[in-house]
Design a protein. Structure first.
Lengths: 218, 218
DNA sequence: AACGTTTGCTAAACACCGTTTAGTACAAGA
DNA sequence: TCTTGTACTAAACGGTGTTTAGCAAACGTT
């Protein structure tokens, strides 16, 4: 009898519908309008029902974060592939950076939920669910590390570059730029998106410059 | 008759008590525990009273942000002064960066409230109140720009460096590092504060390296 | 076919929240 | 003393996340 399979499929379907609704609300109304009751309204179930599928709002948010991670990873990959196979690895690295920035600018709600929310609350306890998100994160990260290593072997960047460390610092630079821009703290310096994108390019220049230069600091 | 002066003093005193309570709650319980009703409880007034002094929660938060900006600016200044007058400007620049990071690590609630909250909601309308906060922000920023310019004149960094742009990029790098660290996204790479501080030093190395190198990028 | 039992769901409640309104007690000025 | 204005608050409104008790329908078993 396939009834229990059908039941399980239906259960999974509703679970997905909840995550979809959550992600739509996040995109449309941002974190402000993101509430369990609003999700319930949208899927036309009672708020209590959501608690049969997710144990808390935070749990549901984590599911959305995983979805966001997937998208971010995709955008970066697509941007790298769009750069083409014939370009240098260094250029592909730049492309990955542009992908990160583009994702942040075009999915600000996702971006904030991914990078602002997890903040400092945990540290112990809920490591497993966090790690799940991190794993997806790492897929993109490893790809960037790979292309950086390739750029070293191609001779664009210096041979002894600590590629993992370099990847983190480059990531942080772009992340900081985009965070400051989105929170309005670059209003005086780069008010428009165009000006901001120029700033991003100059930052990528700087990063490349630093990776290229032989190490002999102070 | 000094009665109205006394009344005004008392009014100002209560206003300050509200901001103090708000800042304490923020430090002790983070953004989670930060509520108008909790502030009211702590100052032993009714919640409605707060609305005689601040027109909304956001308005009160802005007052706390201003306070936080002042502190951040102070920490950076102190760290720069602690580096001493006899050291190079480049070293003073590094010190300012360390100050920024130290403030973020030791005042995480302030840091989040300053840099995460303003986010994307406004953009028009409430420009005046925002500018007030930015002005304090700029005091520190201008100081950093100044020391960067000095380092150029001293010959440490290249003469044609766009110091304002450089300051923004450097700021973003440290801001990104600290944001990623606080949100747990560097757990795999720099789990402890010690390891993170090493990463910060390596980033400051990289920044200095890039400012030093003559421009001739691709 | 009838009878427990399990499943999927919800109404209602609890304890919070930000904010507004109507009103009170009291001090100041006339 | 009477009026006016000031400082404050109780209570309400509509929202939130979450829990609990219970209901109706589907299920497995006899």
């Amino acid at each position: 009898m396939g009834t229990i399979e059908r039941r399980e499929r239906e259960k999974e379907h509703l679970r997905e519908k909840i995550v979809e609704a959550a992600r739509d609300i996040l995109s449309e109304r941002g974190l402000e309008g993101f509430s369990m009751r609003e999700i319930a309204r949208r899927i036309e179930y009672s708020p209590a029902t959501i608690y049969l599928y997710f144990q808390s709002k935070e749990d549901l948010v984590r599911a959305v974060v995983r979805e966001g991670m997937r998208r971010l990873s995709d955008v970066i990959r697509i941007e790298m592939e769009a750069a083409g196979e014939h370009v240098s690895s260094a250029e592909r690295y730049r492309a990955s950076g542009r992908g990160y920035v583009r994702f942040a600018l075009e999915n600000t709600a996702y971006f904030h939920v991914i990078f602002d929310l997890p903040g400092e609350a945990q540290m112990e306890g809920d490591c497993s669910a966090l790690m799940e998100g991190e794993a997806l994160d790492q897929a993109a990260f490893e790809r960037v590390v790979g292309v950086l290593g390739q750029a070293c072997r191609e001779g664009t960047y210096r041979k002894d570059l600590d590629v993992e460390q370099a990847a983190v610092i480059g990531w942080a630079t772009l992340h900081g730029l985009v965070s400051l821009f989105l929170s309005g703290h670059l209003q005086d310096f780069a008010p428009t998106r165009e000006q901001f994108e120029v700033l991003v390019e100059r930052s990528l220049d700087m990063i490349g410059l630093a990776w290229r230069t032989p190490i002999e600091t102070r």
